[in-house]
Design a protein around this ligand. Structure first.
Ligand code: NAD
Ligand code: ZN
Length: 381
């Protein structure tokens, strides 16, 4: 036997910029990112979520004017590729195929950029397309939903669905840069703005007690979408997610722990059971409530924190009761989550605001009682 032990490491680094009015010709955020790859004229294919375009009808014109003002560094490949926003973009191969097609007809090479402007679904699908065409085209993401700016659009994963299985095809592929332009959120319907707050509550509860208390205090301002509160919520949530990816020692999720998936074992199943009536964030809010009640049932947290979690979730606008919760087969959902993790069950519970603990077993009877408490709004005093 002869063996060569091959080993190398690749450093990954990408900025996540928080910005406004990115396509104002005086704004150099995008140009600064492009010129990191050299002071030359970079070819950029814009890919845009059709709902973002509907909410910002001047976007194409503004992009062209921006490119004209920065012609030295930016060659915009027109027309922009407009894709259907939402989950359809991940489920129907049409948009990914169109992206591949455009890379051929427009001679996009590995040094060109895809500038993807859209919600988490478009970012996921087009990120997958960009990562696989030519084995990887440089990707600049501009997430346009709260959830995409504080979670889905800033990480290292992308995916499309395959034969009804969510996120079945995908890659771990860090982007070249992310630009979170808060102004792009202006056209977002209220329901989608609220949804993204669930991930902030989640990450605060397991990682940052001070942030959780801030969210609790700011719940009414968040419910009114006051820009200052929303922007801090997004930035701090994004920061905590990025910190986790950077420091967990497992950015490409090779182990089976998913510490950031607090409240998610139930959420995934509730989303399916509701036949997508529940958005991800809405299901996560219910999942957080359930796992908070369960943490209390196991004497891990006191009733005061349970109340604060409830006040925060309901205060920002989530409803914690849904018919899907009644239909939830807890045992099957936990089994499903175990398989999703790759073999061993690992459920994140709370020890206090900002501190979590992973457990490998769940007391099913206690969990059933917590579900009942939630359905009947019987919160511990
Ligand atoms: N890759 C990851 O790490 C990761 C993490 C979490 C979630 N996700 C994925 O993210 C997706 C959900 O993303 P989402 O919550 O952003 O929803 P979404 O992308 O489905 O967007 C919701 C709706 O809002 C529209 N929209 C987007 N931005 C808008 C704007 N500014 N104005 C008006 N309408 C706008 C979209 O077209 C869509 O119809 C799911 O597919 C999920 O699997 C990925
Ligand atoms: Zn989530």
């Amino acid at each position: 036997m002869w063996q060569i032990d091959q080993a190398f490491t690749m450093p990954y680094a990408f900025p996540v910029c928080f910005d406004r009015d990115t396509f104002n010709p005086d704004n150099t955020t995008l140009i600064d990112q492009l010129t990191r790859a050299g002071h030359k004229r970079h070819r950029v294919l814009p890919v845009i979520d059709d709902q973002v375009l509907a909410g910002h009808p001047q976007l194409l014109e503004r992009l062209s004017a921006y490119a004209a003002a920065h012609a030295e560094h930016l060659e915009l490949i027109e027309p922009a590729l407009i894709v259907r926003g939402g989950e359809v973009c991940k489920s129907d191969p049409k948009e990914v195929d169109e992206f591949y097609q455009r890379t051929q007809t427009d001679r996009i090479d590995r040094h060109s950029f895809a500038l993807v402007i859209g919600g988490g679904a478009v970012i996921d699908a087009m990120g997958y397309a960009a990562a696989t065409a030519h084995r990887g085209i440089r990707l600049i993401r501009m997430p346009t939903t709260v959830l995409a700016q504080n979670d889905a659009g800033i990480g290292v994963k992308n995916a499309i669905n395959f034969q009804g299985r969510k996120n079945y095809l995908g890659t771990f592929a860090p982007p070249y840069a992310v630009i979170n332009d808060y102004d792009l959120l202006n056209s977002l319907p209220a329901r989608d703005r609220i949804c993204g707050i669930a991930e902030a509550i989640k990450v605060a509860l397991i990682r940052d007690g001070a942030f959780f208390h801030w969210l609790h205090d700011a719940r009414e301002r968040l419910a009114r979408f006051e820009p200052e509160a929303m922007e801090y919520m997004i930035a701090r949530c994004a920061e905590l997610h990025l910190e986790h990816i950077r420091t967990s020692g497992d950015p490409f999720e090779q182990g089976s722990a998913r510490p950031l998936d607090f409240g998610h074992w139930g959420a995934h199943r509730l989303e399916e059971l509701s036949d997508s009536d529940l958005r991800h964030g809405e299901a996560v809010a219910i999942g957080i409530a359930l796992d908070t009640l369960y943490s209390h049932s196991q004497s891990m947290i006191d009733a005061g924190l349970v109340q604060q979690v409830r006040e925060t979730l309901e205060g920002v606008g989530f409803s914690l009761r849904h018919p899907a919760l009644e239909a939830l087969d807890i045992d099957a959902a936990l089994q499903g989550f175990r398989e999703h993790l790759g073999g061993e069950l690992c459920i994140t519970l709370l020890l206090e605001a900002g501190r979590a603990k992973e457990v490998a077993e769940i007391d099913l009877e206690a969990m059933h009682r917590c579900r009942q408490q939630l359905l009947e709004s019987q919160w511990p005093q």
